[in-house]
Design a protein around this ligand. Sequence first.
Ligand code: GAP
Length: 447
Amino acid sequence: MNYPDVMEKLVSLCKRRGYIFQSSEIYGGTGSVWDYGPLGVELKKNIKDRWWHAMVRSRDDVEGLDAAILMNPRVWEASGHVAGFVDPLVDCRACKGRFRADKLEDARCLRKPSKHPGEFADCQLTEPRQFNLMFKTFMGAVEETAATVYLRPETAQGIFVNFLNVQQSMRKKVPFGIAQIGKAFRNEITPGNFIFRTREFEQMEMQFFVDPDKSSEWFDYWKGERMAWHRSLGLTEARLEFHQHTPAELAHYAKAAFDVQFDFGGTLGFQEIEGVHNRGDFDLKQHTEFSGKKLEYFDQAANRRYIPWVVETSVGADRVTLAVLVNAYREESVPGEDEGRVVLGIDPALAPIKAAVFPLTKKDGQPDMAHAIADGLRPQFPVDYDESGSIGKRYRRQDEVGTPFCITVDSESAADNSVTVRDRDTLAQDRVSTGEIARYLGDRLAR
Ligand code: GAP
């Protein structure tokens, strides 16, 4: 199926409706860095909470962690990022642009009419140079090499260096996992596609420490679990698939890897949203060598000491947020109406606002009753109150941000103590008594 390219419309909707803004927009923006607005922060938080619940709270074999972004710089020597987290770059002497040497086919020279870098007759590309994607900064008052630290390019290393802390403090037996959600930073050369590839982003990573002989079993298990999680967000089944890494694609630490890919539509098509990796004993061995601290496990029952292998699941919170938005965006006609509507058909449980409460008119005490209903629901559900514009306009605004239910107080409400509740997707309207609204929403959101 060819899904349409909705990215441009989505970027505009996200700005207009308070989902996502360009970072430092009043200064002209910052390259490929984005801010989440009032609705975006709720959606992303709901996705992160879902992940935390599935990966940590609902399991007794995974523990949570929140490691610092700034780490001892030796961590990044041990992990291979100082030497190996590089892209080959070339400079174009004609347009002064800088491009990835291995992606020239996808790049356009900045000179008009644009061609691929190196295709102008008078243009020479420089020899490729290796460019490290880690952001550097300085710790302490003196900007000298000794004080260089890096913004972490992945959260995983915070987990590896805490392997013994967690295992010993929580008395965990292998197999067990450590999970965390946190910011990561990469000085990407070709960022883009909105929040798909950015320079500051959030990862949700879990390292599962296993007996080396059982790593293939656990790898298959986690592949299945993670795909099921993506489906549980409401992502369309046909838009999800696995991609197995070829030997050339494998990262320096990986023995085997599968990406969960989502079809973003248009020219972007299927792209990675999560990686499931068998990292072997690469990381614990490297940190043992560089720190001098043995990162081993003693299996008392088998009287055996070994370095556990690691099955990693690594998913971008921003990329999944984008997948949820792309998956949810639809334009449709409304029966009996000339004007169509834009709907974000987000899974109700993930939607930033669960219900909007409207007085049909500003007369007859309807606003007071609607305010009272909204205030009564607010401790349990994120709700919005809106009395501006026609009721049709108010419905459209809520459809566009994905609010699953609209509650309207009308001229009958005061007399019969009931309201209409409109369903975003079916447009069906139920008459519900005011005392039952919270239960009604609770039931519908739990489905
Ligand atoms: N620890 C393993 C690791 O970091 P990765 O494949 O480089 O693996 C994992 O990244 C996930 O992080 C990706 O599937 C993607 O969802 C997200 N991610 C990586 N780079 C990103 C970027 N520049 N912008 C947004 N998300 C990114």
